[in-house]
Ligand binder design. Structure first.
Ligand SMILES: Nc1ncnc2c1ncn2[C@@H]1O[C@H](COP(=O)(O)OP(=O)(O)OP(=O)(O)O)[C@@H](O)[C@H]1O
Length: 618
């Protein structure tokens, strides 16, 4: 998702084909490589439908639906279209939930007839009858789901909170996964729902279709299966499917049109040449101003060490040495003090280490953390972190910059004590400014030397942050003096997480905060989908990654390293393609390998990189 466009973009041949489909009421799929302007075509298409059919749609109270991958995507597309409410631009989960949430009876039936029986079947199959942990767990789950099934009729309403990855059916709470499976099932099988969606959204468009769940593609295709409106348009690239849940080779309803694009408007010719050598199914042509840009592609093959820590991991000393080597390569390239370089790592751990929030990272990915904790840590939404990411750190930064106006504005927007309609609203502005100043000074003093618990307690006591029951419960709890046991305390491990978090000092939080707000030169490789940067470093180190789901050495140098599994190769080659294709001008690939010279020979022989693009670093 590149930044909002300022220049006028001329429609391409593909855009004209899309318009013909729209005018003929035909569904279509746009399949094209990276940088070919799929998102741009999507925005042009949305604009075209508004221009031609917008007033009729408004008259009928209908909307144009556009589903995109991230909240950031929603923001970028909405902005390009002037935040017009003719469009329903949303993420997949939010779109689907808004379609099904009124259908409580159908949701309940779907749980009772499909979702819970499927889960029961799965768990019964896992129960071998033996006294092993997995069999005992399976039996416990069978019991739990049987109980839910017996009581589900008593649930009248269902809710979905986008921040929660848990379900609690008897409380009516659905998880992310439930929203997908229930929507897929209901839309595919409920004619009324199909009709309601089709009437409300005669035009539906899906961005990043390769990462959309297969059952949802099928369900939406069912809505648009007849001739005429509603129609659906998919935009995607199977080679950029970087999440396993995605469909990869998506297709529109039977008989829909396939539109291809061969242009690449993003990358310089050197990068496009690499993409063309890497990917055989499509040959891209440099097509816009980028065709005139002189850029570069370089591959540094860095001598990797044999991992010394258990489970094939680097020891701490090795990690330090890897970081030193990495910095040396960046210095040799001449990019060490450049601000316009994006460094792409597979895992957050390496970024946390480099940016200085490793302890925080370890805590939220360690034994006290759940999937929920990890996901919300990654997005900055965890209930322990949110007061810091939304209020306290911005306040500290405004205070450090001596920007009182900004500090006041943060307080007014977020703090109950400064709410213009709150209990201090009758106080004079002068008094409020004084209150803000003294609060800020004390907060800053605590920030400099105290623990996170003390900072939070002050912010809560002085109503600088809103009250969250969960947070309050954690803060008020007596310290736990029992050693954590995975077997015994699994369901209450959040208590240990909170206590460890509270005892930390504040030093790592700003680094984490800047990373999640994308204010650092680092990003994860998955996180840059849809983005573009002038200068990119893509770092590939199988050991750092320590995930056998990925193997960059086996993908780029199979003769030296052996053949990876199909899953490894498919995942890795797609992720590497996404990384390579983010670069507008200069791309530096850094591959850690135990055999740099042999790898060099192989990638030169295979024609992937040219000899003069490669350097070996011992
Ligand atoms: N028709 C066009 N003329 C000129 N520039 C274009 C055109 N279409 C797209 N671009 C520019 O090319 C770049 C890539 O476009 P866009 O992000 O839409 O591609 P994409 O196919 O969605 O990429 P990816 O699949 O890699 O995320 C952007 O900077 C965009 O402004």
């Amino acid at each position: 998702m590149s930044t909002p466009q300022r220049r006028t973009i001329e429609p391409t041949e593909a855009d004209l084909n899309i318009r013909s489909c729209i005018d003929e009421f035909e569904s279509f799929t746009v399949i094209a490589g990276a940088g070919s302007g799929k998102t741009t075509s999507l925005v042009l298409t949305l604009g075209y439908v508004r221009e031609k059919y917008g007033s009729a749609l408004r008259r009928e109270g209908q909307q144009i639906a556009c589903i995109t991958f991230t909240n950031r995507g929603v923001g970028v597309i909405s902005e390009r279209l002037g935040w017009d409410d003719l469009y329903e631009i949303s993420t997949l989960h939010s779109f689907l939930w808004s379609q099904i949430k009124r259908f409580s009876t159908d949701i309940r039936n779907c749980l009772a007839d499909v979702i819970i029986p499927t889960e029961l079947k799965k768990q019964r199959e896992k129960d071998t009858g033996k006294d092993t942990k997995s069999a005992r767990d399976a039996r416990a789950k069978v019991e739990k789901y049987e109980d839910i099934l017996a009581k589900i009729d008593s649930v009248d309403e269902f809710k979905y909170d986008s921040l929660s990855s848990f379900s609690n059916y008897l409380k009516g709470e659905l998880s992310h996964d439930d929203v997908i499976s229930i929507s897929g099932h209901l839309i595919s099988n409920n004619r009324l729902l199909q009709k309601v969606i089709g009437q409300r959204y005669p035009y539906m468009f899906i961005d990043e279709a390769q990462d959309t769940f297969g059952e949802i593609v099928e369900a939406l295709n069912t809505v648009c299966s007849s001739k005429g409106l509603p129609l659906i348009g998919y935009f995607g690239d199977p080679m950029q499917q970087i999440y396993d849940r995605g469909m990869g080779n998506f297709a529109g309803p039977k008989g829909s049109f396939v539109i291809r694009k061969r242009e690449n408007y993003r990358c310089c010719p050197e990068v496009i040449n690499l993409l063309n050598r890497y990917r055989k199914d499509i040959e891209q042509i440099p097509s816009g101003e980028n065709a005139k840009v002189k850029g570069s592609v370089r591959l540094s093959l860095v001598q990797a060490e044999k991992p010394e820590a258990p489970r094939n991991k680097y020891s701490d000393e090795q990690l330090d040495r890897v970081a030193i080597k990495y910095d040396k390569v960046i210095k040799d390239i001449g990019w060490h003090d450049r601000k316009d370089v994006k460094h792409l790592f597979l895992v957050r751990q390496m970024i946390a280490r480099r940016l200085g929030f490793e302890n925080l990272h370890r805590l939220f990915t360690g034994e006290f953390s759940s999937t929920y904790s990890q996901d919300t840590y990654e997005s900055g939404e965890h209930y322990l972190l949110r007061p810091f990411t939304q209020i306290i750190i911005p306040l500290i930064e405004a205070h450090t910059a001596r920007n009182t106006t900004q500090a006041l504005s943060i307080l007014k927007q977020n703090s109950p004590a400064f709410d213009p309609d709150g209990k201090n609203s009758s106080k004079s502005i002068k008094k409020m400014i004084e209150l803000a100043k003294t609060s800020m000074e004390t907060l800053y003093e605590l920030w400099e030397g105290k623990t996170l618990k003390e900072v939070l307690k002050f912010a809560l006591d002085n109503k600088l942050i809103g009250l969250s029951e969960r947070l309050l419960e954690d803060i008020e709890r007596e310290p736990i003096n029992i050693e954590f046991s995975k077997e015994v305390h699994q369901s209450e491990k959040g208590k240990w997480l909170a206590e460890s978090f509270f005892s930390m000092n504040t030093s790592e939080l700003p680094n984490y905060y800047h990373f999640i707000n994308d204010n650092t030169p680092f990003s994860t490789q998955h996180g840059v989908k849809g983005e573009e940067y002038p200068n990119v470093v893509a770092v590939f180190d199988d050991i750092e990654a320590a995930w056998n789901q990925y193997s960059f050495t086996k993908t780029l140098s199979p003769q030296v390293y052996g053949q990876g599994t199909d899953g490894q190769l498919s995942r890795t080659s797609k992720l590497a393609y996404v990384c390579f294709s983010r670069a507008e001008v200069n791309l530096n690939v850094i591959l850690f390998t135990r055999s740099p010279e042999l790898t060099k020979q192989e990638v030169v022989n295979s024609g992937l990189f040219l000899e003069d693009q490669i350097s070996v670093v011992q």
